[in-house]
Design a protein around this ligand. Structure first.
Ligand SMILES: Nc1ncnc2c1ncn2[C@@H]1O[C@H](COP(=O)(O)OP(=O)(O)OP(=O)(O)O)[C@@H](O)[C@H]1O
Ligand SMILES: [Mg+2]
Length: 411
């Protein structure tokens, strides 16, 4: 729509190919060229570019019908999920979708390419007019924003949905977690109450946000507890896997992380191994985001570390940042007893492991973490299966000595 009557633009005229020529040496020319091709073909139809639409999920949710056009032939890449998820996953690299949305027809052209910043992609929505395209883009983003039955994982500078991690978390439970005294109940109540208290916080004029740090040596249930909590709380969960990226700055990275989290509140943001995520280079940007109080309403930040000494005092000693620290130390005798009892009940039928033999075993495993106790049981079962006459108790004792030696070398 031209409103301004200008004589200057008659003297100063740029050719339609201006951008693609100007950017010819730059990867940015690629989307410009795609758009030019689409506009040429579209005639009176609107061509609207957009980024990051999860169209397939929108269709899976039953909110539109979707079919790839056979021409130009879509490029559907297959990727093996690795040993853990031994199946093929498909991913459309290039595709033209035919879409039916609320009795309207649209076309979405998805193009992917590689630049120096890694994989890039863009979608172009072709519609009767740009209002229809905008309505569609807005609705897809609104409806697919929440992760649903998935965890959002941040790595390579972007968020992706992980249904596999969500499933793994559904297997975690507080039931088989052994913690000192009533720590388990304290932690559960802390977070449950927090989530139920939005109004009360508001009345009292206190920011409704919470940060907790799980501290302790490896293998004593920090991650197990985080997972059981995420499952129990049932709110959106965002998990930061890595901050490394060769193009984005740490400032941009923390911005991307907190921006997404803010859009999903109430939600829980998981920062495992906080000491390696927050370093001297990026600490100030992290604190900037964490301290944005009014914007972090409804944000729960759950961090873990086994190196509290490596975390700057501005983070660890300021209560407004991580309000609570929960400790996960090596198990005491009574906790080792509880843990081994659970296993004994589980294995007694098969192995003949006797209840009377638990106490001496618990006594002999002073200094073992829960992860080492678990390793002890599993390696004992495996050894015993090769020679079931050996007697399970004897095998356990042998494994205790072996693991003690291993722990010494590791130390
Ligand atoms: N307190 C516990 N009660 C029951 N099982 C536990 C406990 N602590 C650890 N385990 C078991 O040991 C294994 C390792 O535990 P987890 O991953 O939670 O340790 P972590 O504290 O996160 O260690 P790291 O600091 O190395 O990340 C898991 O299989 C977990 O179920
Ligand atoms: Mg862990």
């Amino acid at each position: 729509m031209h409103q301004i009557k200008s004589t200057l633009t008659n003297q100063f005229y740029l050719k339609p190919a201006f951008y693609s020529q100007a950017l010819a040496e730059n990867p940015a020319a690629l989307p410009v060229n795609v758009e030019a091709l689409l506009v040429e073909q579209a005639g009176r139809l609107a061509v609207v570019p957009t980024n990051g639409m999860d169209l397939q999920r929108f269709a899976q949710m039953g909110l539109c019908e979707l079919e790839p056009l056979p021409e130009p032939r879509p490029i559907l890449e297959r990727e093996w999920g690795g040993e853990d998820f031994d199946e093929l996953f498909s991913n459309y690299e290039q595709v033209v979708w035919q879409v039916r949305f609320r009795d309207r027809e649209l076309v979405v052209v998805h193009v992917q390419w590689v630049s120096s910043c890694g994989f890039q992609s863009r979608d172009w929505v072709i519609a009767e007019n740009s209002d229809i395209a905008d309505e569609f883009i807005l609705e897809v983003n609104r409806k697919t924003h929440a992760p649903g039955e998935a965890i959002l994982v941040f790595s390579d500078g972007h968020w992706r949905r992980s249904e596999a991690l969500y499933q793994a978390i559904q297997d975690a439970s507080f039931e088989d977690l052994v913690l000192a005294d009533d720590l388990k109940e304290i932690i559960r109540n802390d977070f449950r109450q927090f989530l139920q208290s939005a109004e009360r916080y508001e009345k009292l004029g206190i920011a409704w946000r919470r940060g907790a740090l799980f501290v302790g040596p490896p293998g004593n249930g920090k991650t197990h507890c985080v997972r059981a909590l995420v499952k129990e709380l049932g709110i959106a969960c965002l998990y930061v896997q890595s901050l490394s990226h060769h193009y984005f700055t740490p400032q941009q990275m923390w911005q991307l992380i907190f921006q997404r989290a803010r859009g999903l509140r109430p939600c829980v943001l998981i920062l495992e191994d906080l000491d390696s995520l927050v370093t001297d280079d990026n600490r100030s940007f992290f604190l900037n985001q964490l301290d944005g109080f009014e914007h972090n309403h409804g944000l729960l930040v759950l961090a873990t570390t086994n190196h509290p000494d490596r975390i700057d005092s501005s983070i660890i000693d300021r209560p407004s940042r991580f309000d609570r620290k929960y400790h996960f130390p090596l198990p005491t005798l009574s906790e080792r007893l509880d843990y081994l009892k659970n296993w004994q009940q589980h294995l007694a039928g098969e192995t003949g492991w006797n209840e009377d033999e638990i106490l001496p075993l618990a006594e002999s495993t002073d200094g073992f973490s829960f992860a080492y106790l678990k390793e002890l049981i599993i390696s004992a079962v495996m050894t015993w299966m090769q020679d079931t006459d050996a007697g399970f108790q004897n095998v356990l004792e042998g494994q205790v000595s072996l693991l003690k030696k291993q722990m010494k070398t590791e130390a």
